[in-house]
Design a binder for this molecule. Structure first.
Ligand code: MLT
Length: 312
C-alpha cells in the first residue's frame, strides 16, 4: 500500500524513515560500513535512516527479506561479496540476485585478515599452515555462516592448505571476534573493518592480509603472498540494493546520496583507519554495481564449482 510501487515518481521521497537492512549482527564489518555512510546519506536525502540487523545463513535471510519488501525505496539492503557467492552455495536460495534487486551503487572494497586467538600456537602464516595440516580435526574456524565473506575466505584457506576444519557459524563476525578474543574459537578470516582494533590492541594474533598489497593502517601485517600462501587472495566488495521495481528516480536519489557520503571526509577518514576506502564516484552507480555483480556471480560460481564445493 502507501506511496510505494511504480506510481510514485519519487519527487517527495523520502517522506518517512528509510530502513537499511544489514544481513548480519550489529557490531560486525557490514554493520560498521553501513553506519559510516547512513548519516551523511540521510543528511543528503533529507530523511532519517534506521538500521535493522537481520542475521542468519550467511546474509541470505536478510537479503531474502529485502527481495520481498515493497519496492518503494523505504527498504534498502547493504550486502557484500556474499550476494555473488550464495547462488553457488545454496540449492534453493529464495531470491535471484539479478532479477529480484535493483543495484544502487558500490560502496567499498575491504581487505581481509587471517587471525587467531592470542595464545594460538602458530607464530607465522607458514607455521599456521603446518599446524593446521597436523591438527585439522582439533581446530575451530569461526565464520558468519555459509555465504558470508568470512565463510568464503575460510573456504579458500582450507582449499589452499588442503584441509577440512570444524566451522563455527555466528550471525555475524562481530560476535565471532568477541569469542576469538575470549579464546572460545581458534581462528577466522575477517575484514579489517572489524578486526583492525583488536589487532592493533594485541588482543588477537594476526597472520596476514588477503590483498596483493599491505594495508597502510596495518603496516606490519604481511600479505598472504609474502607469507607463502598466494592462493589466498580475496577482498570484500559491498553494494546497496533495493527491491526490483523500485522507481528509477528513487534509485537515482539513493545513488546520488551514496556518492555524497563516499566523498564525506569523515567517511574517508573512518574507512582509512579501518584499512579501506570508498569506491570512486563512477562505481557508486547502479550500472557499475550491476556490472560488478554480474562478473562476480560468474567468477565465484566457477571457483566454487572448480573447488568441488556443492551447494547445500
Ligand atoms: C561476513 O560475511 O563475514 C560478514 O561480513 C560478517 C559481518 O558483517 O558480521
Amino acid at each position: 500500500g502507501g506511496a510505494g510501487g511504480g506510481g510514485d515518481t519519487g519527487e517527495n521521497y523520502p517522506d518517512r524513515n528509510i530502513t537499511f537492512v544489514v544481513p548480519f549482527s550489529a557490531g560486525g564489518p557490514t554493520d560498521t560500513v553501513t553506519r559510516m555512510i547512513a548519516e551523511p546519506m540521510a543528511a543528503e536525502l533529507g530523511g532519517k535512516i534506521v538500521i535493522q540487523n537481520v542475521g542468519g545463513a550467511g546474509g541470505t535471510v536478510g537479503a531474502g527479506e529485502v527481495a520481498r519488501a515493497e519496492p518503494d525505496g523505504y527498504t534498502v539492503l547493504m550486502h557484500h561479496i556474499g550476494m555473488s557467492t550464495a547462488p553457488a552455495l545454496y540449492q534453493n536460495l529464495d531470491y535471484k540476485p539479478l532479477e529480484d534487486f535493483e543495484t544502487v551503487g558500490l560502496v567499498t572494497e575491504v581487505p581481509m585478515t587471517v587471525l587467531a586467538r592470542k595464545d594460538f600456537e602458530p607464530a607465522t602464516l607458514q607455521d599456521l599452515v603446518t599446524y593446521v595440516k597436523a591438527n585439522a580435526d582439533k581446530i575451530t574456524l569461526a565464520n558468519a555462516g555459509i555465504g558470508a565473506a568470512s565463510h568464503l575466505c575460510g573456504l579458500l584457506f582450507q582449499n589452499a592448505v588442503g584441509v577440512k576444519l570444524q566451522e563455527v557459524p555466528y550471525e555475524g563476525t562481530g560476535p565471532a571476534l568477541t569469542d576469538l578474543v575470549g579464546g572460545q574459537v581458534d581462528f577466522m578470516c575477517d575484514q579489517t573493518t572489524n578486526t583492525s582494533g583488536q589487532i592493533t590492541a594485541g588482543e588477537v594474533k594476526a597472520y596476514a592480509v588477503t590483498t596483493p598489497e599491505r594495508v597502510q593502517s596495518l603496516p606490519d601485517l604481511p600479505t598472504t603472498a609474502e607469507a607463502g600462501l598466494p592462493d589466498l587472495q580475496v577482498s570484500v566488495w559491498h553494494g546497496l540494493y533495493v527491491p526490483k521495481g523500485t522507481p528509477q528516480e528513487i534509485v537515482q536519489k539513493l545513488s546520488e546520496a551514496l556518492k555524497t557520503a563516499l566523498a564525506d571526509q569523515g567517511v574517508i577518514d573512518q574507512m582509512a583507519k579501518l584499512g579501506t576506502a570508498p569506491v570512486p564516484a563512477e562505481d557508486a552507480t547502479p550500472e557499475a554495481h550491476r556490472a560488478k555483480l554480474e562478473e562476480q556471480l560468474n567468477t565465484w560460481s566457477k571457483i566454487i564449482a572448480d573447488a568441488g564445493i556443492k551447494a547445500s
